[in-house]
Write a protein that binds this ligand. Sequence first.
Ligand code: ADP
Length: 264
Amino acid sequence: MSDPPADWRLEAKPYYRATGDECERFEAAWSQRLPVLLKGPTGCGKTRFVEHMAWRLGKPLVTVACNEDTTAGDLVGRWLLDAAGTRWQDGPLTLAARHGAICYLDEIVEARADTAVVIHPLTDTRRMLPLERHGELVKAHADFALVVSYNPGGSRGLKASTRQRFCGFEFGYPGCEEEAEILMHEAGIEVELASSLVALGCRSRRLAGHGLEEGASTRMLVRTAQLVRAGMTPAAACRMALVAPLTDDAPLRDALLAAVDASF
Ligand code: ADP
């Protein structure tokens, strides 16, 4: 049997350290095919959570990383011209709706405003996707589900008319012990180093709003740990994967470097 979203099936179970009952809540939303909104700072585990849930539910996951150039056309599809003439190519949202995959629109607020027009009919009881350019109204497959994410700390917000169509999950950084466990798993480091990196990450997060837009994410801590694993000293790894990407502001950089030196 043909399986168009085969490329989107997850081959192995993505590791996800739950921080509460979010997996069970997601399953409840999915059982009713309710659209889901994941809110939280960048790099705190939203994408990994969706990957884990798609694997758990045995569904393909079609992911779109939205940016300011993402249009409704990019999501639904377009006509292509080739030697044989013109042919329609489904975009990722259409592919997921037609064949019953979970569609994850990461950083939805970055996409152009016209994307809301195609998402809205998929998020209510109609579960329809109008393909105006193809002259087709796609009825979503029974297994289709829509998940979107955004960072409420970012410069753009999500319109209330869109937000109110979703069930919300609030994500934050994992607790200290959980985050250390994640670093140990993702980078293969020991508990002492993991705990020191997490403590440093927490210190940087306290600077958020005091000059720093956001503190170190779990992703940044994982990368720092990976550099140590690759042979760098913890202090050098922190300078490269934490301090440099976090700020260009000299006094803040000095404050972060002092925290690094105090930690290692
Ligand atoms: P987001 O989508 O929120 O920007 P990601 O899901 O890409 O962030 O998380 C970044 C990285 O942090 C992941 O690749 C993973 O290594 C790690 N991570 C964060 N939270 C978790 C978690 N709860 N369980 C496992 N890994 C996590």
